[in-house]
Design a protein around this ligand. Structure first.
Ligand code: ASN
Ligand code: ZN
Length: 332
């Protein structure tokens, strides 16, 4: 009776989903054998250790409500699966470490904890339940953001401070958006917003906006000398803005029902090349060109080099990379 199974989950953020599960010892476990044995654990309010692996008698998990302990597990497990599939199917990468092994996920961290995070030392992602207005921190884009910190750590290794820290954060936001577009499962269509479903401020606004990062009140739209001194979640702004412009171009646009209006530093328009080309360029730059100390100027060089490798130095994609960086005041 041991084996690989497909369970059913009632998630909080994506409706009814299928889950990779396993059976052992007469019960099902949240162990995704088809995706590097990604496991989801219940920390049950703890703040350290592995907690307990979620188990279930009938392979039907959660009920869509946070009061059911399994529900947060369903969303975390599903978000990790989508992210695994994204890196495999879009970029040909077998796991964020490239070795076929998945990290594991921990939910119900602490008491009313309003954050989620990646930890290198446990090779794991951790999610809080939120507090007050904010909902559990287990939406698809948040899961993809955290798991991508693991990819960055095992590739470029962008140091988490200064300009490289902003690029590290932007990388997580960029692939969070890319995973969401790829998931496009009806309840979670793609957008260039980060954490919109968590409702962390209780007024329906997302954590971050990629078309014009300053919409959050803190993030920077454009590079400037000294940007390395601000919080990495704000110095990520120019790179998020670059990725939006490279994908979609400047000006007003509505995508999947969400309205954007992306400005440029020099007020010159930028024409986008589509997210499918843009995500290939960022991935190649991250995994083959950037290092732990790459700054904004280095990210420009890395993405230009990646675009030249992928599309040629005389391609529209290469020119668009140069134009999108100029539009966020990097290079000329
Ligand atoms: N949720 C945050 C992040 O992944 C946690 C942190 O500040 N590192 O960026
Ligand atoms: Zn982050």
């Amino acid at each position: 009776w041991e084996g690989v199974h497909t369970g059913t989950g009632e998630s909080m953020y994506a409706g009814r989903v299928t889950l990779g599960t396993s059976s052992s010892g007469g019960q099902y476990t949240m162990t995704d054998a088809a995706r590097g044995n990604h496991r989801t654990h219940d920390l049950n309010g703890g703040t350290s250790g592995t907690g307990t692996l979620f188990t279930d008698a009938d392979d039907v998990w959660g009920n869509g409500l946070p009061s059911n302990r399994q529900t947060a597990g369903v969303d975390a497990h599903y978000g990790a699966a989508l992210t695994w599939d994204y890196y495999k199917n879009v970029h040909g990468r077998n796991g964020i470490r490239g070795d076929g092994q998945a990290p594991y996920s921990r939910v119900h961290y602490g008491n009313a904890y309003v954050n989620a995070f990646w930890t290198d030392s446990c090779f794991c992602m951790t999610y809080g339940d939120g507090a007050g207005n904010s909902k559990p921190l287990t939406s698809i884009d948040v899961a993809a953001h955290e798991m991508t910190h693991g990819l960055t750590s095992h590739t470029a290794g962008l140091r988490y401070s200064g300009e490289s820290g902003g690029l590290n954060e932007a990388t997580s936001d960029i692939f969070a958006a890319a995973v969401e577009f790829k998931a496009n499962n009806g309840t979670d269509v793609g957008d260039y917003l980060v954490g919109e479903k968590i409702d962390i401020r209780g007024n329906g606004t997302p954590l971050r906006y990629m078309d014009k990062p300053s919409r959050d009140g803190n993030s920077k739209d454009y590079w400037y000398s000294g940007i390395g001194g601000v919080d990495v979640h704000y110095s990520s702004g120019p790179a998020n803005h670059f990725f939006y412009l490279l994908s979609e171009g400047s000006g007003a646009k509505t995508i999947n029902g969400v309205s954007y209006d992306s400005p440029t530093y020099d007020n010159k328009p930028v024409t986008g090349i589509g997210i499918a080309a843009a995500e290939k360029i960022w991935f190649k730059a991250l995994t083959e060109k950037m290092t732990s100390t790459t700054n904004y100027a280095g990210a420009r060089t890395a993405t230009l080099s990646a675009a030249a490798d992928l599309f040629g130095a005389d391609s529209v994609q290469y020119d668009a990379v140069a134009h999108a960086w100029a539009a966020v005041n990097v290079g000329s």
